[in-house]
Design a protein around this ligand. Structure first.
Ligand SMILES: Nc1ncnc2c1ncn2[C@@H]1O[C@H](COP(=O)(O)OP(=O)(O)OP(=O)(O)O)[C@@H](O)[C@H]1O
Ligand SMILES: [Mg+2]
Length: 503
């Protein structure tokens, strides 16, 4: 990203929009670029409180009367020397006609001069008039190299012990995804907690990071205790996932394999979609970050939602390799595609930025999305090539139901030979995994109330008392099946699929 910024500066792009909340680090990067330019450039920073001040100068050495955005832009236009002009937080003013116009005039006058304006702001807000002139780039979060400086600095301050290469790498990796300030804080916290910062403090750093990430409210670290074996059936899907266990390793790259991009799991409610997504994290040994789309939307300010999404994706990328879990994608993007202009087109824009990100992402972030209402999903999602694979999770076959009974009964009782699983599977035709689990729990409650052990008959009674979703929502389920049969890969094994058709 610094490289990209450097190229834009050298190529004399007059207007660059740098999205970041890390002003200090961004200014430093720009200053480095300015110094290494030929000829060297001076760097000026504008804020609405101090006007224009040369970078590195005290704030009272301000260029006179440049507090108003127009005056500042006018001053910039008058400069003859090569320079980079950073305008911090111009976004609240940028829609004002005078500001907007003067900015366009200014950049038009830059032709042939080594001058660039950099708009720096935590949120992206580009008025239509400027869309063609501006290049937007995201200032990425600190990488291992940047964090290494933070850590070295920390050790110097605290006169800490020398770290082994391994310990250092673990501490750095644990802080990936944080801003420089946050990383400093987290290292300090670990230091204060135990009086040192070594390999043993990695867990403190990690748990602090999880909290910080949770605090921004859009991404959530999910830890799942279950393994993939706790999911009954879905053999094809499991096989696919197991085959890719080492897909994000160096070895896979050397072998010439592309990094998996993502998968979409469609299916009937309660059949294990969310569950399998969560267990993949353990299977692959990668962190699972849940992106809460509902929280991305923020109507309080124009551009806020986009900024939220950007930040979340940026964090996910910096933690990568990681799995980005978007549960119930259909609910997140249902506003777009259709008539949905009710929210000022925000959901359309969010959807667009998400697709672009998916298309262009180079970092190893595997998107794992689930959905159950295909008709609500914008068609672009389903286009071939967007995801590596689209799986369809249908209601379990009799064999899969046996499997699910086995799993949930074994979870609760050590000894389950007293149950006739075949009969239970037969009696639970049309039940989802979740409904099977509920039937077992209901049977247990019944028996518990009567102060006895639960039996086969209790489960059968519970099954009979339940009207499964596949019957109450028969139409939807049938429609989904018909749709998916042609377009998605069945998650159950092909043998099971064959049985289902016979069934
Ligand atoms: N195949 C399965 N094997 C074992 N347990 C299952 C299975 N399917 C569902 N369950 C049980 O049902 C619960 C709910 O399943 P899950 O949340 O994964 O369903 P889902 O497909 O994501 O449903 P929804 O579409 O409603 O989000 C699980 O936590 C698990 O206990
Ligand atoms: Mg779910």
């Amino acid at each position: 990203m610094k490289e990209e910024l450097n190229i834009l500066v050298q190529a004399q792009y007059p207007l660059i929009y740098l999205v970041t909340s890390e002003e200090e680090r961004a200014e430093q990067a720009i200053s480095t670029i300015a110094q290494s330019s030929k000829p060297q450039r001076r760097v000026y920073v504008w804020t609405v409180t101090h006007g224009i001040v040369e970078y590195g100068q005290p704030r009272n050495v301000t260029q006179h009367n440049t507090v108003s955005p127009e005056a500042a832009i006018e001053w910039i236009s008058r400069q003859k020397e090569p320079g980079i002009f950073i305008l911090k937080d111009l976004h609240p003013f940028i829609d004002a006609p005078a500001t907007n116009r003067s900015l366009r005039d200014a950049i038009a006058s830059f032709k042939g001069m080594q001058k660039n304006i950099i708009l720096m702001s935590p949120m992206q807000q580009v008025p239509i008039e400027l869309e063609k002139e501006v290049v937007v780039i995201d200032f990425s979060l600190p990488d291992m190299g940047d964090l290494n400086k933070v850590l070295t600095n920390h050790i110097e301050i605290y006169r800490g012990r020398r770290l082994t290469t391994e310990a250092r790498e673990k501490l750095l990796r644990a802080a990936l995804g944080l801003t420089k300030d946050e990383a400093e804080k987290v290292y300090r916290k670990a230091q204060v907690t135990t009086g040192r910062l070594t390999e043993d403090e990695v867990d403190i750093v990690l748990s602090e990071k999880k909290q910080l990430i949770r605090r921004n409210g859009i991404l959530e670290y999910i830890e799942e205790d279950e393994t993939i074996e706790a999911v009954g059936g879905l053999e094809e899907l499991k096989k696919w996932l197991k085959q890719r266990s080492n897909a994000f390793t160096e070895r896979a790259r050397e072998y010439g394999l592309p990094q998996p991009k993502g998968m979409l799991i469609l299916g009937v409610p309660g059949c294990g979609k969310s569950m399998i997504a969560k267990t993949t994290s353990r299977l692959w040994g990668l962190p699972l970050l849940r992106l809460d789309m509902g929280r991305v939307y923020d109507g309080s300010m124009v551009g806020r939602s986009e900024a939220n999404l950007r930040n979340a994706l940026k964090t996910a990328e910096s933690i990568s390799p990681a799995i980005l879990f978007i549960d119930e994608l259909d609910k997140s993007f249902s506003g777009s595609g259709g008539s949905g202009d009710s929210d000022g087109g925000t959901s359309n824009r969010i959807f667009g930025s998400f697709l672009t990100w998916m298309q262009e992402k180079k970092s190893p972030v595997f998107v794992m999305a689930t959905a159950n209402r295909v008709e609500r999903l914008p068609g672009e999602f389903l286009r071939k090539g967007r995801f590596d694979e689209i799986f369809f999770v249908d209601l379990p076959t009799p064999e899969e139901r046996q499997d699910i009974f086995t799993i949930h009964l074994s979870k609760r009782r050590g000894e389950i030979t007293r149950f006739d699983l075949e009969q239970l599977a037969k009696m639970s035709d049309g039940f989802s995994g979740a409904e099977i689990e509920q039937a077992i729990v209901a049977a247990m409650y019944e028996a518990f109330a009567q102060e006895r052990e639960f039996t086969q008959l209790d489960i059968i009674a519970a099954l009979k008392a339940t009207l499964p979703l596949s019957r109450t929502m028969q139409e939807q389920v049938t429609a989904l099946r018909d749709w998916a049969r042609q377009r998605a890969r069945p998650a159950a094994s092909s043998v099971a699929e064959y049985q289902r058709m016979e069934f």
